[in-house]
Design a protein around this ligand. Structure first.
Ligand code: NAP
Length: 475
Protein backbone atom coordinates (compact mmCIF):
# COMPACT_ATOMS: atom_id res chain seq x y z
CA UNK A 1 0.00 0.00 0.00
CA UNK A 2 1.46 3.36 -0.99
CA UNK A 3 1.25 6.31 1.41
CA UNK A 4 -1.45 8.96 0.80
CA UNK A 5 -0.87 12.72 0.92
CA UNK A 6 -3.18 15.71 0.47
CA UNK A 7 -2.77 19.36 -0.44
CA UNK A 8 -2.06 21.88 2.33
CA UNK A 9 -4.39 24.85 1.92
CA UNK A 10 -5.40 27.39 4.56
CA UNK A 11 -4.05 25.18 7.36
CA UNK A 12 -6.06 22.14 6.26
CA UNK A 13 -5.12 18.92 4.47
CA UNK A 14 -7.36 18.92 1.42
CA UNK A 15 -8.20 15.68 -0.40
CA UNK A 16 -9.13 16.01 -4.08
CA UNK A 17 -10.39 13.70 -6.81
CA UNK A 18 -7.38 14.11 -9.08
CA UNK A 19 -4.44 11.86 -8.14
CA UNK A 20 -0.71 11.98 -8.74
CA UNK A 21 1.36 8.81 -8.32
CA UNK A 22 4.94 9.26 -7.15
CA UNK A 23 7.28 6.38 -7.86
CA UNK A 24 10.33 5.07 -6.00
CA UNK A 25 13.09 6.11 -8.40
CA UNK A 26 15.20 3.01 -7.80
CA UNK A 27 12.58 0.24 -7.71
CA UNK A 28 10.22 2.09 -10.09
CA UNK A 29 7.32 0.96 -7.85
CA UNK A 30 4.58 3.29 -6.59
CA UNK A 31 5.77 5.07 -3.46
CA UNK A 32 2.95 7.51 -2.74
CA UNK A 33 -0.39 8.69 -4.02
CA UNK A 34 -1.15 12.39 -3.76
CA UNK A 35 -4.17 14.61 -4.23
CA UNK A 36 -3.72 16.80 -7.28
CA UNK A 37 -4.86 20.44 -7.32
CA UNK A 38 -7.64 21.54 -9.66
CA UNK A 39 -8.01 25.09 -10.96
CA UNK A 40 -10.38 25.80 -8.04
CA UNK A 41 -7.85 24.43 -5.52
CA UNK A 42 -5.14 26.72 -6.89
CA UNK A 43 -7.53 29.65 -6.68
CA UNK A 44 -8.47 28.71 -3.11
CA UNK A 45 -4.78 28.43 -2.13
CA UNK A 46 -3.95 31.87 -3.57
CA UNK A 47 -7.00 33.39 -1.88
CA UNK A 48 -5.97 31.82 1.45
CA UNK A 49 -2.44 33.17 1.11
CA UNK A 50 -3.68 36.66 0.30
CA UNK A 51 -6.19 36.65 3.14
CA UNK A 52 -3.58 35.36 5.63
CA UNK A 53 -1.09 37.97 4.47
CA UNK A 54 -3.61 40.75 5.09
CA UNK A 55 -4.99 39.51 8.41
CA UNK A 56 -2.36 37.35 10.14
CA UNK A 57 0.84 39.39 10.08
CA UNK A 58 3.37 38.05 12.58
CA UNK A 59 5.90 40.16 14.44
CA UNK A 60 9.53 39.37 13.56
CA UNK A 61 10.11 37.58 16.88
CA UNK A 62 7.03 35.39 16.24
CA UNK A 63 8.38 34.46 12.79
CA UNK A 64 11.71 33.71 14.46
CA UNK A 65 10.05 31.43 17.01
CA UNK A 66 8.09 29.45 14.42
CA UNK A 67 11.12 28.99 12.17
CA UNK A 68 13.18 27.95 15.21
CA UNK A 69 10.57 25.34 16.10
CA UNK A 70 10.59 24.00 12.55
CA UNK A 71 14.41 23.81 12.75
CA UNK A 72 14.16 21.68 15.89
CA UNK A 73 11.42 19.48 14.42
CA UNK A 74 13.46 18.94 11.27
CA UNK A 75 16.40 17.81 13.38
CA UNK A 76 14.14 15.42 15.31
CA UNK A 77 12.50 13.99 12.20
CA UNK A 78 15.67 13.79 10.14
CA UNK A 79 15.37 10.10 9.30
CA UNK A 80 11.80 10.47 7.95
CA UNK A 81 13.01 13.12 5.52
CA UNK A 82 16.04 11.03 4.59
CA UNK A 83 13.87 7.99 3.81
CA UNK A 84 11.46 10.12 1.79
CA UNK A 85 14.20 11.58 -0.38
CA UNK A 86 15.87 8.21 -0.89
CA UNK A 87 12.55 6.88 -2.18
CA UNK A 88 11.06 9.71 -4.20
CA UNK A 89 14.27 11.34 -5.44
CA UNK A 90 16.54 8.25 -5.60
CA UNK A 91 19.03 10.26 -3.55
CA UNK A 92 21.72 8.09 -1.90
CA UNK A 93 21.44 7.91 1.90
CA UNK A 94 24.67 9.84 2.56
CA UNK A 95 23.59 12.70 0.30
CA UNK A 96 20.03 12.71 1.67
CA UNK A 97 21.45 13.08 5.20
CA UNK A 98 23.61 15.99 4.07
CA UNK A 99 20.57 17.62 2.51
CA UNK A 100 18.59 17.46 5.77
CA UNK A 101 21.56 18.91 7.67
CA UNK A 102 21.75 21.73 5.16
CA UNK A 103 18.01 22.39 5.33
CA UNK A 104 18.35 22.67 9.11
CA UNK A 105 20.98 25.38 8.50
CA UNK A 106 18.77 27.15 5.97
CA UNK A 107 15.85 27.12 8.39
CA UNK A 108 17.94 28.29 11.34
CA UNK A 109 19.60 31.08 9.38
CA UNK A 110 16.19 32.26 8.13
CA UNK A 111 14.92 32.32 11.71
CA UNK A 112 17.85 34.46 12.77
CA UNK A 113 17.53 36.78 9.77
CA UNK A 114 13.87 37.42 10.69
CA UNK A 115 15.17 39.54 13.57
CA UNK A 116 17.68 41.47 11.47
CA UNK A 117 15.48 43.00 8.77
CA UNK A 118 16.20 46.71 8.72
CA UNK A 119 16.42 49.76 6.50
CA UNK A 120 18.94 52.59 6.71
CA UNK A 121 19.22 56.31 7.20
CA UNK A 122 19.07 58.58 4.12
CA UNK A 123 20.77 62.00 4.48
CA UNK A 124 18.10 64.07 2.69
CA UNK A 125 19.11 67.07 4.82
CA UNK A 126 22.23 67.31 2.65
CA UNK A 127 20.12 68.51 -0.30
CA UNK A 128 19.44 72.29 -0.59
CA UNK A 129 15.94 73.07 0.69
CA UNK A 130 15.74 69.87 2.76
CA UNK A 131 17.78 71.08 5.75
CA UNK A 132 14.84 70.48 8.02
CA UNK A 133 13.98 66.99 6.96
CA UNK A 134 15.06 63.51 7.99
CA UNK A 135 14.62 60.23 6.14
CA UNK A 136 15.12 56.52 6.53
CA UNK A 137 13.99 53.34 4.84
CA UNK A 138 12.12 50.35 6.23
CA UNK A 139 11.88 46.92 4.61
CA UNK A 140 8.34 45.65 4.10
CA UNK A 141 7.12 42.25 2.88
CA UNK A 142 6.15 41.89 -0.79
CA UNK A 143 2.84 40.06 -0.09
CA UNK A 144 2.11 36.67 -1.60
CA UNK A 145 5.17 34.79 -2.86
CA UNK A 146 4.62 32.12 -5.53
CA UNK A 147 7.39 29.51 -5.25
CA UNK A 148 8.07 26.77 -7.81
CA UNK A 149 10.80 24.22 -7.11
CA UNK A 150 12.72 21.48 -8.99
CA UNK A 151 13.10 17.78 -8.23
CA UNK A 152 16.76 17.63 -7.29
CA UNK A 153 16.83 19.14 -3.78
CA UNK A 154 13.25 18.52 -2.68
CA UNK A 155 13.93 19.68 0.86
CA UNK A 156 16.68 22.26 0.88
CA UNK A 157 15.58 24.20 -2.18
CA UNK A 158 12.04 24.29 -0.81
CA UNK A 159 13.49 25.52 2.50
CA UNK A 160 15.45 28.21 0.61
CA UNK A 161 12.18 29.60 -0.68
CA UNK A 162 9.61 29.27 2.07
CA UNK A 163 11.80 29.98 5.12
CA UNK A 164 13.12 33.39 3.95
CA UNK A 165 9.71 34.30 2.49
CA UNK A 166 8.03 33.67 5.86
CA UNK A 167 10.92 35.26 7.78
CA UNK A 168 10.31 38.41 5.73
CA UNK A 169 6.61 38.46 6.67
CA UNK A 170 5.12 37.16 3.42
CA UNK A 171 2.55 34.46 2.72
CA UNK A 172 3.62 31.61 0.43
CA UNK A 173 2.09 29.40 -2.22
CA UNK A 174 4.48 26.55 -3.06
CA UNK A 175 4.33 24.19 -6.01
CA UNK A 176 7.00 21.49 -5.69
CA UNK A 177 8.22 19.31 -8.58
CA UNK A 178 5.75 16.58 -9.52
CA UNK A 179 8.38 13.85 -9.24
CA UNK A 180 9.39 14.75 -5.63
CA UNK A 181 6.48 16.51 -3.87
CA UNK A 182 6.19 14.35 -0.73
CA UNK A 183 9.18 15.95 1.01
CA UNK A 184 7.61 19.42 0.65
CA UNK A 185 4.30 18.20 2.12
CA UNK A 186 6.15 16.68 5.06
CA UNK A 187 7.89 20.01 5.62
CA UNK A 188 4.52 21.82 5.53
CA UNK A 189 3.37 19.45 8.31
CA UNK A 190 6.26 20.69 10.46
CA UNK A 191 5.13 24.30 9.97
CA UNK A 192 1.63 23.27 11.01
CA UNK A 193 3.04 21.58 14.11
CA UNK A 194 5.13 24.67 14.89
CA UNK A 195 1.98 26.82 14.96
CA UNK A 196 2.23 28.80 11.72
CA UNK A 197 -1.15 30.56 11.28
CA UNK A 198 -3.38 28.98 8.63
CA UNK A 199 -2.91 30.31 5.11
CA UNK A 200 0.61 31.71 5.51
CA UNK A 201 1.95 28.56 3.83
CA UNK A 202 0.01 26.64 1.18
CA UNK A 203 1.36 23.69 -0.81
CA UNK A 204 -0.32 22.56 -4.02
CA UNK A 205 0.63 19.58 -6.15
CA UNK A 206 0.20 19.13 -9.88
CA UNK A 207 1.75 19.57 -13.28
CA UNK A 208 3.86 22.68 -13.82
CA UNK A 209 2.44 23.21 -17.27
CA UNK A 210 -1.08 23.32 -15.80
CA UNK A 211 -1.09 24.67 -12.24
CA UNK A 212 2.34 26.34 -12.53
CA UNK A 213 0.98 28.16 -15.56
CA UNK A 214 -2.15 29.17 -13.65
CA UNK A 215 0.04 30.59 -10.87
CA UNK A 216 1.89 32.76 -13.40
CA UNK A 217 -1.30 34.44 -14.48
CA UNK A 218 -2.67 35.42 -11.08
CA UNK A 219 -2.33 39.05 -10.09
CA UNK A 220 -2.67 38.27 -6.38
CA UNK A 221 0.86 36.79 -6.43
CA UNK A 222 3.26 39.71 -6.14
CA UNK A 223 6.62 37.92 -6.40
CA UNK A 224 7.71 34.69 -8.03
CA UNK A 225 10.70 32.66 -6.95
CA UNK A 226 11.59 29.85 -9.31
CA UNK A 227 14.33 27.23 -9.38
CA UNK A 228 14.47 24.93 -12.37
CA UNK A 229 15.44 24.79 -16.01
CA UNK A 230 16.19 27.84 -18.14
CA UNK A 231 13.44 26.73 -20.52
CA UNK A 232 10.71 27.02 -17.85
CA UNK A 233 12.37 30.11 -16.32
CA UNK A 234 11.99 31.87 -19.66
CA UNK A 235 8.28 31.03 -19.73
CA UNK A 236 7.87 32.57 -16.30
CA UNK A 237 9.67 35.70 -17.42
CA UNK A 238 7.40 36.00 -20.42
CA UNK A 239 4.20 35.38 -18.46
CA UNK A 240 4.61 37.22 -15.18
CA UNK A 241 4.41 40.75 -16.58
CA UNK A 242 5.81 43.45 -14.33
CA UNK A 243 5.84 41.26 -11.22
CA UNK A 244 9.05 40.66 -9.31
CA UNK A 245 10.78 37.43 -10.37
CA UNK A 246 13.77 35.58 -8.90
CA UNK A 247 15.21 32.94 -11.23
CA UNK A 248 17.69 30.21 -10.24
CA UNK A 249 18.20 28.26 -13.46
CA UNK A 250 20.31 25.67 -15.26
CA UNK A 251 24.04 25.52 -15.68
CA UNK A 252 26.97 23.48 -17.03
CA UNK A 253 29.74 24.27 -14.55
CA UNK A 254 33.29 24.69 -15.84
CA UNK A 255 36.30 23.78 -13.70
CA UNK A 256 39.84 24.68 -14.77
CA UNK A 257 42.70 22.34 -13.82
CA UNK A 258 45.76 24.54 -14.26
CA UNK A 259 49.30 23.26 -14.91
CA UNK A 260 50.12 24.30 -11.32
CA UNK A 261 47.19 22.44 -9.75
CA UNK A 262 47.43 19.84 -7.01
CA UNK A 263 46.38 17.03 -9.34
CA UNK A 264 45.67 14.47 -6.61
CA UNK A 265 43.35 16.89 -4.84
CA UNK A 266 41.64 17.95 -8.09
CA UNK A 267 41.16 14.36 -9.26
CA UNK A 268 39.78 13.11 -5.93
CA UNK A 269 37.46 16.11 -5.54
CA UNK A 270 36.09 15.99 -9.07
CA UNK A 271 35.72 12.20 -9.12
CA UNK A 272 33.29 12.65 -6.27
CA UNK A 273 31.58 15.96 -7.15
CA UNK A 274 31.08 15.11 -10.82
CA UNK A 275 28.84 12.17 -10.01
CA UNK A 276 27.16 12.84 -6.67
CA UNK A 277 23.38 12.59 -6.97
CA UNK A 278 24.06 11.16 -10.45
CA UNK A 279 25.29 14.55 -11.66
CA UNK A 280 21.86 16.10 -11.11
CA UNK A 281 22.86 19.21 -9.21
CA UNK A 282 22.95 22.62 -10.82
CA UNK A 283 26.63 23.13 -9.93
CA UNK A 284 27.91 19.66 -10.82
CA UNK A 285 31.32 20.08 -12.50
CA UNK A 286 30.49 19.21 -16.10
CA UNK A 287 33.25 20.76 -18.26
CA UNK A 288 36.78 20.13 -17.01
CA UNK A 289 39.30 22.36 -18.80
CA UNK A 290 42.68 20.71 -18.21
CA UNK A 291 46.06 22.18 -19.18
CA UNK A 292 47.68 20.08 -21.94
CA UNK A 293 50.86 19.48 -19.92
CA UNK A 294 48.94 17.68 -17.14
CA UNK A 295 45.96 16.31 -19.04
CA UNK A 296 47.06 12.65 -19.32
CA UNK A 297 48.17 12.51 -15.68
CA UNK A 298 44.96 14.18 -14.43
CA UNK A 299 42.74 11.92 -16.55
CA UNK A 300 44.49 8.84 -15.19
CA UNK A 301 44.23 10.03 -11.59
CA UNK A 302 40.59 10.95 -11.97
CA UNK A 303 39.54 7.63 -13.53
CA UNK A 304 41.55 5.84 -10.85
CA UNK A 305 39.73 7.81 -8.10
CA UNK A 306 36.39 7.00 -9.73
CA UNK A 307 37.00 3.29 -9.07
CA UNK A 308 36.07 4.01 -5.43
CA UNK A 309 32.58 5.20 -6.39
CA UNK A 310 29.87 2.83 -5.24
CA UNK A 311 27.05 2.73 -7.79
CA UNK A 312 23.64 1.22 -7.09
CA UNK A 313 20.80 1.15 -4.56
CA UNK A 314 20.42 4.57 -2.89
CA UNK A 315 19.29 2.75 0.26
CA UNK A 316 22.75 1.29 0.70
CA UNK A 317 24.90 3.15 3.25
CA UNK A 318 27.90 3.16 0.90
CA UNK A 319 26.24 4.22 -2.33
CA UNK A 320 27.66 7.33 -4.03
CA UNK A 321 25.75 7.20 -7.32
CA UNK A 322 22.12 6.09 -7.48
CA UNK A 323 19.51 6.26 -10.24
CA UNK A 324 18.68 9.30 -12.33
CA UNK A 325 15.26 10.86 -11.76
CA UNK A 326 13.65 8.80 -14.55
CA UNK A 327 14.40 6.22 -17.21
CA UNK A 328 13.61 8.89 -19.85
CA UNK A 329 16.25 11.22 -18.44
CA UNK A 330 18.84 8.41 -18.38
CA UNK A 331 17.96 7.63 -22.01
CA UNK A 332 18.44 11.30 -22.92
CA UNK A 333 21.92 11.27 -21.32
CA UNK A 334 22.73 8.08 -23.24
CA UNK A 335 21.66 9.72 -26.51
CA UNK A 336 23.78 12.83 -25.88
CA UNK A 337 26.83 10.68 -25.14
CA UNK A 338 26.19 8.57 -28.25
CA UNK A 339 25.84 11.73 -30.35
CA UNK A 340 29.17 13.02 -28.97
CA UNK A 341 30.80 9.67 -29.73
CA UNK A 342 29.53 9.77 -33.31
CA UNK A 343 31.04 13.24 -33.64
CA UNK A 344 34.49 12.07 -32.45
CA UNK A 345 34.39 12.03 -28.64
CA UNK A 346 36.07 9.19 -26.73
CA UNK A 347 34.38 7.45 -23.80
CA UNK A 348 37.23 7.21 -21.28
CA UNK A 349 35.08 5.33 -18.79
CA UNK A 350 31.36 4.58 -18.26
CA UNK A 351 28.73 5.20 -20.91
CA UNK A 352 26.41 2.33 -19.88
CA UNK A 353 22.73 2.54 -18.99
CA UNK A 354 20.46 0.10 -17.16
CA UNK A 355 16.95 1.52 -16.67
CA UNK A 356 17.36 4.80 -14.75
CA UNK A 357 20.95 3.94 -13.75
CA UNK A 358 23.69 5.58 -15.82
CA UNK A 359 27.29 4.74 -15.00
CA UNK A 360 29.69 7.56 -14.07
CA UNK A 361 31.10 8.62 -17.41
CA UNK A 362 34.13 10.60 -18.54
CA UNK A 363 34.44 11.84 -22.11
CA UNK A 364 37.53 13.15 -23.88
CA UNK A 365 38.18 14.56 -27.37
CA UNK A 366 35.01 16.62 -27.13
CA UNK A 367 34.35 19.91 -28.92
CA UNK A 368 32.53 23.03 -27.76
CA UNK A 369 29.58 22.48 -30.10
CA UNK A 370 28.64 19.05 -28.65
CA UNK A 371 25.52 18.97 -26.45
CA UNK A 372 27.54 17.28 -23.66
CA UNK A 373 29.67 20.43 -23.48
CA UNK A 374 27.40 23.24 -24.63
CA UNK A 375 24.16 22.28 -22.86
CA UNK A 376 23.43 21.21 -19.30
CA UNK A 377 23.65 17.40 -19.25
CA UNK A 378 22.29 16.94 -15.70
CA UNK A 379 23.59 13.37 -15.61
CA UNK A 380 26.76 11.64 -14.29
CA UNK A 381 28.80 12.68 -17.32
CA UNK A 382 31.84 14.97 -17.32
CA UNK A 383 33.89 16.06 -20.31
CA UNK A 384 37.62 16.72 -20.36
CA UNK A 385 38.72 19.56 -22.62
CA UNK A 386 42.41 20.24 -23.17
CA UNK A 387 43.73 23.83 -23.26
CA UNK A 388 47.03 25.55 -23.80
CA UNK A 389 46.60 29.25 -22.91
CA UNK A 390 44.51 30.34 -19.91
CA UNK A 391 42.98 33.36 -21.68
CA UNK A 392 41.88 31.17 -24.60
CA UNK A 393 40.47 28.60 -22.18
CA UNK A 394 38.43 31.24 -20.36
CA UNK A 395 37.20 32.73 -23.64
CA UNK A 396 36.06 29.25 -24.70
CA UNK A 397 34.32 28.36 -21.45
CA UNK A 398 32.59 31.77 -21.36
CA UNK A 399 30.86 30.84 -24.62
CA UNK A 400 28.41 28.81 -22.55
CA UNK A 401 24.97 30.41 -22.26
CA UNK A 402 25.12 29.59 -18.53
CA UNK A 403 27.06 31.07 -15.61
CA UNK A 404 26.11 29.79 -12.15
CA UNK A 405 29.30 28.61 -10.44
CA UNK A 406 32.72 27.52 -11.67
CA UNK A 407 35.97 26.33 -10.15
CA UNK A 408 39.71 26.46 -10.65
CA UNK A 409 42.49 24.29 -9.21
CA UNK A 410 45.81 26.13 -9.10
CA UNK A 411 48.59 26.96 -6.64
CA UNK A 412 49.32 30.16 -8.53
CA UNK A 413 47.59 33.20 -7.02
CA UNK A 414 47.87 35.28 -10.20
CA UNK A 415 46.15 32.53 -12.18
CA UNK A 416 43.43 32.21 -9.56
CA UNK A 417 42.72 35.94 -9.55
CA UNK A 418 42.84 36.20 -13.32
CA UNK A 419 40.12 33.53 -13.39
CA UNK A 420 38.12 35.25 -10.62
CA UNK A 421 38.05 38.43 -12.69
CA UNK A 422 37.31 36.84 -16.05
CA UNK A 423 35.16 33.71 -15.69
CA UNK A 424 31.52 34.76 -16.21
CA UNK A 425 29.78 33.12 -13.26
CA UNK A 426 27.87 34.06 -10.10
CA UNK A 427 30.57 32.40 -7.97
CA UNK A 428 34.09 31.06 -8.56
CA UNK A 429 35.50 28.44 -6.20
CA UNK A 430 39.29 28.29 -5.96
CA UNK A 431 40.86 24.89 -5.21
CA UNK A 432 37.55 23.09 -4.87
CA UNK A 433 34.89 21.94 -7.27
CA UNK A 434 32.17 24.22 -8.62
CA UNK A 435 29.84 22.29 -6.34
CA UNK A 436 30.90 23.97 -3.11
CA UNK A 437 27.95 25.62 -1.40
CA UNK A 438 27.05 26.56 2.14
CA UNK A 439 23.57 27.90 2.62
CA UNK A 440 24.40 31.31 4.02
CA UNK A 441 26.41 32.44 0.99
CA UNK A 442 24.93 34.54 -1.84
CA UNK A 443 24.05 32.01 -4.50
CA UNK A 444 22.78 32.71 -7.99
CA UNK A 445 23.90 32.89 -11.59
CA UNK A 446 24.44 35.22 -14.50
CA UNK A 447 23.38 34.90 -18.15
CA UNK A 448 20.88 32.05 -18.72
CA UNK A 449 21.51 30.77 -15.17
CA UNK A 450 19.11 33.44 -13.95
CA UNK A 451 19.18 36.42 -11.63
CA UNK A 452 18.62 37.24 -7.99
CA UNK A 453 20.48 35.64 -5.11
CA UNK A 454 19.48 32.94 -2.66
CA UNK A 455 20.83 32.37 0.84
CA UNK A 456 18.45 33.49 3.64
CA UNK A 457 19.85 37.02 4.04
CA UNK A 458 19.84 37.63 0.28
CA UNK A 459 16.46 36.01 -0.34
CA UNK A 460 14.94 38.23 2.33
CA UNK A 461 16.30 41.26 0.47
CA UNK A 462 14.70 39.92 -2.73
CA UNK A 463 11.41 39.20 -0.94
CA UNK A 464 11.03 42.58 0.75
CA UNK A 465 10.64 46.10 -0.65
CA UNK A 466 12.58 49.08 0.61
CA UNK A 467 10.14 51.83 1.56
CA UNK A 468 11.35 55.40 2.07
CA UNK A 469 9.97 57.45 4.97
CA UNK A 470 10.59 61.21 5.02
CA UNK A 471 9.88 63.47 8.02
CA UNK A 472 9.21 67.15 7.40
CA UNK A 473 10.36 68.95 10.58
CA UNK A 474 9.37 72.47 9.40
CA UNK A 475 6.99 74.30 11.77
P1 NAP B 1 11.99 22.00 -14.50
O1 NAP B 1 11.56 20.95 -15.43
O2 NAP B 1 12.25 23.36 -15.05
O3 NAP B 1 10.88 22.07 -13.36
C1 NAP B 1 11.01 22.92 -12.26
C2 NAP B 1 9.64 23.25 -11.71
O4 NAP B 1 8.91 24.02 -12.67
C3 NAP B 1 8.79 22.01 -11.41
O5 NAP B 1 8.04 22.25 -10.24
C4 NAP B 1 7.89 21.94 -12.63
O6 NAP B 1 6.68 21.26 -12.40
C5 NAP B 1 7.64 23.42 -12.87
N1 NAP B 1 7.14 23.75 -14.22
C6 NAP B 1 7.28 23.04 -15.37
N2 NAP B 1 6.67 23.70 -16.38
C7 NAP B 1 6.15 24.84 -15.86
C8 NAP B 1 5.42 25.94 -16.40
N3 NAP B 1 5.09 26.01 -17.70
N4 NAP B 1 5.06 26.94 -15.57
C9 NAP B 1 5.39 26.91 -14.25
N5 NAP B 1 6.07 25.88 -13.68
C10 NAP B 1 6.45 24.88 -14.48
O7 NAP B 1 13.33 21.58 -13.71
P2 NAP B 1 13.68 20.19 -13.01
O8 NAP B 1 13.91 19.18 -14.06
O9 NAP B 1 12.72 19.90 -11.93
O10 NAP B 1 15.07 20.57 -12.31
C11 NAP B 1 16.27 20.57 -12.98
C12 NAP B 1 16.69 21.97 -13.40
O11 NAP B 1 16.73 22.83 -12.28
C13 NAP B 1 18.09 21.98 -13.97
O12 NAP B 1 18.12 22.83 -15.09
C14 NAP B 1 18.93 22.56 -12.83
O13 NAP B 1 20.12 23.17 -13.21
C15 NAP B 1 17.96 23.55 -12.26
N6 NAP B 1 18.34 23.89 -10.90
C16 NAP B 1 18.88 25.13 -10.68
C17 NAP B 1 19.32 25.49 -9.40
C18 NAP B 1 19.89 26.86 -9.12
O14 NAP B 1 20.01 27.21 -7.96
N7 NAP B 1 20.25 27.63 -10.12
C19 NAP B 1 19.18 24.56 -8.36
C20 NAP B 1 18.63 23.31 -8.64
C21 NAP B 1 18.21 22.99 -9.91
P3 NAP B 1 6.54 19.71 -12.80
O15 NAP B 1 7.53 18.99 -11.98
O16 NAP B 1 5.13 19.43 -12.48
O17 NAP B 1 6.85 19.63 -14.26
Amino acid sequence: MSEQFNLFINGKWVATEGKLEVINKYTQETYASLSKASEQDVDHAIESAEEAYRSKQLAPYERYEILRKVTDLLREEKETFVETMVAEAGKPLKQARTEVDRAVQTMEQSAEEAKRISGHGVPVEAAPGSENRMAFTIRVPVGVVGAITPFNFPLNLVAHKIAPALAAGNAVLLKPASSTPVTALRLAALFEKAGLPAGLLNVIVGSGSVIGKQMQQDERISTYTFTGSAEVGLKLKQNTGLNKLILELGNNSPVIIDKEADLDKAAATLASAGFSYAGQTCITPQRLYVHGSVKEEFQEKMTEAMKDLVVGDPNNEDTDVGPMISIEEAKRAEEWVEEAKQAGATIVTGGKRDGAMYTPTVLADVTGDMLVVYEEIFAPVVSIIEYDQLDECIAALNKSPYGLQGGIFTKNLDTAFYAARNVEVGGLIINDSSQYRVDLMPYGGVKDSGWGKEGPKYSIEEMTEERLVVLNLDD
